[in-house]
Design a protein around this ligand. Structure first.
Ligand SMILES: CC(C)(COP(=O)(O)OP(=O)(O)OC[C@H]1O[C@@H](n2cnc3c(N)ncnc32)[C@H](O)[C@@H]1OP(=O)(O)O)[C@@H](O)C(=O)NCCC(=O)NCCS
Length: 288
């Protein structure tokens, strides 16, 4: 125990690299993930976010035991609240609220005007209390047999480890902020750009394709088709009203078994100037 921690009181503090492994365990237990191989993957991602000062993690502990965690992901114009988790046996005692307050305060201090998050059903009432408003659901699909209309097969698809300048601009216009530092870090860790020049791109990382930003349904299809050939198995699709249903042919929706896997994008403050019409897949979702 550190001197500032009293055994009876809970402490809330910024987490350092050495704390992240414990925080990942709390996060995975909160999301009922029992696959131990996930621990390494999630920790590697959190370390990356922490080292690059993109992710600012906080943890709540009592008597030296971590009970909850959360993070603020900072981009130039917006911040995202992520990885909110409290151990099941410690819920309903205000820990989630205290972590939220701390992250919102931090976001305010940085001066960002737009705060966003992906909420589970358990998180939604908590976020609504702070004024977060529902925007749209984000759904997880398994890529079974991606649709391959003729027009798609004719597209010239390139694979690259680098993110060209026009892709940075395309992503910024669609997402509403510049997250190219994060996306480039992912490319440095084995992510692959799947590109149709000036038509769109996707990022394949491990078994996931996302984001997919494209000018047309054909380009989006071709990107996902190539990603599937290279091993993509899952995709997070924002359920925007104008999404062409044909995009979903060959995908199987993974219906969440528990409400902690449902996901709604929510926002507080100024809206991001995003162009959702070009977003065919998100980079991540609540439990992603
Ligand atoms: C969402 C989560 C982090 C909230 O943590 P928490 O410590 O229970 O949060 P709090 O105790 O501050 O309570 C949050 C709200 O849930 C309500 N609640 C009450 N009892 C509860 C219980 N036994 N379990 C869960 N929530 C309860 C509280 O009333 C509170 O509402 P209020 O702010 O109006 O009082 C937690 O439920 C969790 O880890 N869920 C699984 C992972 C998840 O879904 N994370 C969210 C990602 S977006």
């Amino acid at each position: 125990l550190n001197e500032s921690e009293s055994p009876e009181t809970e402490t809330l503090r910024a987490l350092e690299a050495a704390d992240l492994k414990t925080a990942v365990r709390v996060f995975l237990e909160a999301f009922q993930v029992s696959d131990p191989s996930k621990t390494t993957d999630v920790e590697a991602f959190w370390q990356l976010l922490h080292q690059a000062s993109i992710g600012h993690f906080v943890g709540a502990s009592e008597q030296g035991e971590m009970l909850g965690c959360g993070a603020l992901i900072l981009y130039p114009l917006s911040a995202w609240i992520a990885f909110m988790a409290v151990l099941p046996s410690r819920r309903g005692r205000g820990i989630g609220n205290r972590i939220m307050k701390r992250l919102i305060k931090r976001a305010e201090e940085t001066g960002v005007k737009s705060l966003n998050l992906d909420a589970t059903n358990l998180g939604k009432p908590l976020y609504a209390k702070y004024g977060f408003k529902h925007r749209y659901p984000v759904r997880l699909y398994e890529i079974v047999t991606p649709a391959v209309p003729e027009a798609c097969l004719r597209q010239r698809v390139e694979i690259s480890d680098a993110m060209p300048g026009w892709c940075v601009k395309t992503d910024r216009d669609a997402f509403g902020d510049d997250r190219s530092r994060l996306l480039r870090l992912i490319l440095g860790r084995g992510g692959k750009m799947i590109i149709i020049r000036h038509q769109g791109f996707g990022i394949l990382w491990k078994d996931k394709i996302g984001p997919v930003i494209a000018e047309s349904l054909e380009a989006a299809h071709a990107i996902v088709h190539r990603a599937a050939a290279l091993g993509a198995k899952k995709i997070y699709v924002p359920a925007r009203k104008d999404l062409p249903q044909a995009f979903l042919y060959g995908f199987k929706e993974i219906k969440p078994k528990t409400s902690i896997l449902c996901c709604d994008r929510m926002a507080l403050g100024e809206s991001l100037d995003e162009n959702i019409g070009k977003v065919f897949a998100s980079f991540s979702a609540a439990a992603g």
